[in-house]
Design a protein around this ligand. Structure first.
Ligand code: FES
Length: 160
């Protein structure tokens, strides 16, 4: 075993390479490869995109084009706590946009972004099935309903 073999021990890289070799010869394989790479890493780091581009012989500009076009792909890691704010009809009608404003101002992030300290990620979602409690947010899947802007700070503080 030479020195250069050390890198190959990373199980994520091994998985990624298995994935690429599985899909390599198939047409339209870029999206499933990116989806599964995101499952492995939790997001799509730059080095992973470069690796996929090289190994699949797809120009890096095209890879970035796909990643930035589809909302499902993330270029940054998720925060420790994921805040999903509902802007479905019921929540929208009952002031969801104001709640969103409050959270954005409080955390200084927008939809799809993560705070610098990695504590929170914010995402806008459509109806989480708790319309009777509108407006709602969920944090790590825990639903908080009948919200007012005044409650936001206290709720967020609970999530380290
Ligand atoms: S619209 Fe928000 S929970 Fe249904």
């Amino acid at each position: 075993m030479g020195e250069e073999c050390k890198d190959l021990v990373d199980p994520k890289v091994v998985k990624l390479d298995e994935l690429i070799s599985h899909y390599k010869s198939q047409k339209g394989a870029l999206i499933p490869v990116l989806q599964q790479a995101q499952e492995i890493y939790g997001y799509l780091p730059e080095h992973v995109l470069k690796h996929i581009s090289l190994e699949m012989e797809i120009p890096i500009a095209k890879v970035y084009g796909v990643v930035t076009f589809y909302a499902q792909f993330r270029l940054t890691p998720m925060g420790r706590n994921v805040i999903s704010i509902c802007l479905g009809t019921a929540c929208h009608v009952r002031g969801g946009a104001k709640i969103l404003d409050t959270i954005e101002n409080e955390l200084k992030i927008k939809d799809g972004e993560t705070t610098e300290d990695g504590r929170y990620t914010l995402e806008i979602v459509n109806c989480i099935g708790a319309c009777g409690l509108a407006p709602v947010i969920s944090v790590n899947g825990e639903v908080h309903g009948r919200l007012t802007s005044e409650q936001i700070q206290g709720i967020l503080a609970k999530y380290e």
